[in-house]
Design a protein around this ligand. Sequence first.
Ligand code: ADP
Length: 540
Amino acid sequence: MLGLMQDYPLLAHTILDHGALNHGEREMVTRSVEGPIRRTTLADVRRRSLRVARALELEGVKLGDRIATMAWNTERHLEVWFGIMGNGAIYHTLNPRLFAEQLDYIVNHAEDEIMFVDLTFVPIVEALQSKFGTVRKYILLTDSEHMPETNLPNAVAYEDWIDSADDDFIWKSFDENTAAGLCYTSGTTGNPKGVLYSHRSNVLHGLMVNQPDVFGLKSEDVILAIVPMFHANAWALSFAAPAAGAKMVMPGAGMDGKSIYELLETEKVNCTAAVPTVWLGLLQYLEETGQKLPYLEKVVIGGAAVPPMMIRKFELDYGVEVIHGWGMTEMSPLGTTGKMKNATSHLDQEARLKLKEKQGRTPYGVEMKVVDDDGNDLPRDGKSAGHLLVKGPCVSSGYFRLDEQTLSDGGWFDTGDIANIDPLGFMQITDRDKDVIKSGGEWISSIDVENAAVGCPGVTEAAVIGLSHPKWTERPLLIVVRDAGSDLEADAVLAYLDGKIAKWWIPDDVVFVDEIPHTATGKIQKMSLREQFKDFEFSK
Ligand code: ADP
């Protein structure tokens, strides 16, 4: 027997309707790409999104068409997202940090029809546009006053373009499983793969993220949405904030410590989210200037393991709660957050800070488990590490236009991470499966070794890779970028590590480099490091 409840489709633009109707006065603040701070409201964002939807309709955009955006987090970018979704088309976020060949591949694979571009990225797009065969119009996210000379076909200033449309558009209605957004993962091997979010998954994920033990946004909150909309769906903030009626602050292109600090202060931001690199910049700025963070209550950090020092600085020096998060593009992206819980309330400060180094536990909406190489479930004992598998309504079931099976029996998705789960449900990532170091038949956690190494005075960044070894199969090599002006030596780093990690995890050697290569999403490119050091010989 079926229940007798309404068949109300979970369409993403209904979130904006809710926000505008109930919190229409709520401010939306943007550091504009042109320079000045721009202020608008949630009600205005909705009105202008309706214009975007109408203008797209006038351009002949139909249900399922892909519309690309290469843009910073701004209110215009948000309007464009909702306008595209409310028209039944699909926002396709382009990461401007990708290599030219990847962008070329992605735009052609997605067959994007129209592209919205921020002024910053016009040169990137101009250089590639002759290869973007399917894109027939470029809309520059600016007004006529700031419109540059450009050779982009049919280029128009966004403000002029939406001025030509009225705002009495009525959102289209369709099945909640209709595609809403497309985001390609960088993929360290092979071509990028398109993750295709649906309206339903975006709505459910927005609600999931608003649970108190996750981001827990409420109407009084002021959220600085630093995590880019062009990477992993901005960790759902574009949906979670309007759903809650929280004030959104958008940093535009200003990702440096000073710009971030200014927004935290002037807008009285109480919560924010970004990858560790951004916080390194802010913490450095705070140390240099002696500023404090009087308004900030919590910071969500994820996308890469949070260095223990960062957790301590935020919590102990600035009184800001750190919520360690883990996820991936294929999970919409949020998988876990490391909020303390009732069963951890007896822990002292030191034990709590240590626990926060783990990636955390799942909210309702994500299932996870770890399995061994043969697919057997491993116990939640906090020790048994294996392949981390997930499932849920916001986890991808396949890639756009790729005919490959991505789920195992039982519908589990292999995250490619190696992790353990403790009896309280806290998951800890020890490695990526392709980066695992196996020494004498046992795994060495490169994340633990790297975390310990960045704690050593004089170390800016550290990466560990496994190199083949005649006796142990593989042994770790530590690659270090020194602080400017530091004359740190290998022996001092190894002496520092002694006692902080298992003896047999201590790298066999340390090499110093000027720079460690990163992917477009800021992750260390272990593959290219392995290539670079493939002929390295350990001295012992
Ligand atoms: P890509 O960089 O491949 O485009 P994602 O941004 O989706 O993709 O990266 C997801 C991966 O990032 C995860 O599978 C995991 O390896 C890593 N990651 C994300 N958050 C964390 C974290 N808090 N700690 C350690 N690793 C993390």
